[in-house]
Design a protein around this ligand. Sequence first.
Ligand code: G3P
Length: 198
Amino acid sequence: IMPLVLALVLGYLAGSIPFGLILTHAAGLGDIRKIGSGNIGATNVLRTGNKKVAAATLVLDALKAAVPVVVARYFWGEEAAMLAAVGAFFGHCFPVWLGFKGGKGVAVMIGSLLALAWPVGLIFCTVWLLIALTRKISSLSALTAAATAPIFAYLFGSEWLSMTVLVLALLLFFQHRENIARLLSGTEPRIGSQKKAS
Ligand code: G3P
């Protein structure tokens, strides 16, 4: 049981590094929590107008989940790898350093899926892109990709992977509750729009 706990803790610690907050601060873009939706993720970093910092946030937030998954798999096996992904997701969404107010888990889910079962990760990115290109709404793209991910995880992975991905997807929906309310009322901003979302 100890390796599983270690994997969970390792994932949490890596996941709780708020790259969006750190990078925007380092780039002199101000406090990302006071911009747009107030979220610390890449979508909101893009609302500062700086595409490079937004892309870096996306990549690093994905890597902070992928790295612990790969490390946990190497040392402790596949079950530990899945727990590392769950840990990273909780760390990102509920970081102890930010009073448990973290992000929404989209980049982290991409990194976890690519590391756990890359075809499932690629499908997630494809679904995200398809919706993003046609509807131009980041949250809607993420919600659609997350809702379908457990099915693809079952088809191209295992039952356990599917259960793990379902947990991540449910948490992702919970973190998007304000976005869901805005989507339903038709007030969710489009990608790159500078408008205040809340
Ligand atoms: O990546 C999170 C995205 O789905 C929504 O972000 O800033 O529009 O709430 P935001």
